[in-house]
Design a protein around this ligand. Sequence first.
Ligand code: S3P
Length: 438
Amino acid sequence: MQEKLNYLVKPGGKLTGSLRMPGDKSISHRSVMLGSLANGVTVVNGFLEGEDSLATLNAFRQLGVSIDGPKQGRVTIQGVGMHGLSAPTSALDLGNSGTSMRLLSGLLAGQGISITLIGDSSLSGRPMKRVIDPLIQMGAKIGSTEAATAPLVISANNQLHGIDYQLPMASAQVKSAILLAGLYAKGETCVTEPAPTRDHTERMLEGFGYPVRRNANRICVTGGGCLNGCEIDVPADISSATFFLVGACIAEGSEVVLEHVGINPTRDGVISILRLMGADIELINEREVGGEPVADIQVRSCSLHGIEIPEALVPLAIDEFPALFIAAACAEGETRLSGAEELRVKESDRIQVMADGLHKLGIHAVPTVDGIVIRGGSIEGGQVESHGDHRIAMSFAMAGLRSAGSIEIADCANVNTSFPGFVPLASEAGLVITEVSN
Ligand code: S3P
């Protein structure tokens, strides 16, 4: 059997210092996608050197794009223009990355080349009907398993047409897949979202000079335009910063500054939710970098209280719930989450997996169809499963700051998909964590 990487976290400690998190994953993916299709050179700084964004980068190399780096976060892309990609000689392996698979299915649907997209066992179980259906409506030819999962087989086709699509769920990946296909479609493609989701695709298209029309929750592009290479400065990922935000809130005596973090209003739900729970969070030196708002975030420990999480904040904090559940476990009283059924189809079923782990650590947590109810209490030591889900692993690691005994977290290798260097950075900040192979 293959060796598994576990984390062992000793109880106690506090987080201090000024810390720089790795680059934003969503923005890193999109920088390679649009940079590859642009005319001229695109230079990206702060690129996330994690397995997910590297899967996107390698996919474009297989599609014939010359890409230099990443070298200390710098990537230089020789754009091939909208129609310059070439057919790969084998399937594109996107590993664990849902963003790569869903966005690429849209971007590649109208290229006129045949391509197969594959992924690891987690990605191969995730729902793809949500992108297949609208893309087929646009005229794409996409095959999948009977369960509408990967492998996705895209047949050569350059005859897409625009659609006017009402998104059935709040998903930036589905929105982006349709808009990227729309760049290749005849006429106008419009997407209406049930609630605002991260808008990095729209912002970056504009940054590359592609017109995007936005009116409230409706976003439209017209096919046939082109992208102009540019410079992109990727801010630190607020989703990675979240583990340290939560850790510093719950561990007495903590005070950290998280530098240069992206605080795009479609991503900052975690700050709003923690503040509602009583957190002491300050945004310093707010500025705009390359079309994305950025700030340094100062957090000090304080006592949290349970809340009913407003449903409107759910899409704005969709990746942050595993860590927020640890905050809830340390809060006074009950925290209730609803309207978050999407958490069940992430890298793992994040509602069930977190509830199971919290139980093991002595916390009362009741999963519901679309959320969870967590009663704050004392965290005990114990063994928990991350199910290969990076965000579950890092969330339970932070629980060690408040646990009575050691916590062992199984199956943590996928932390490298989004947060290479998590263990050394967390150790430097004050978490007592080691990696154990078994
Ligand atoms: C992402 C969108 C979100 C998020 C994922 C990254 C993106 O997924 O969970 O980690 O970069 O567009 P959904 O669109 O499925 O909510």
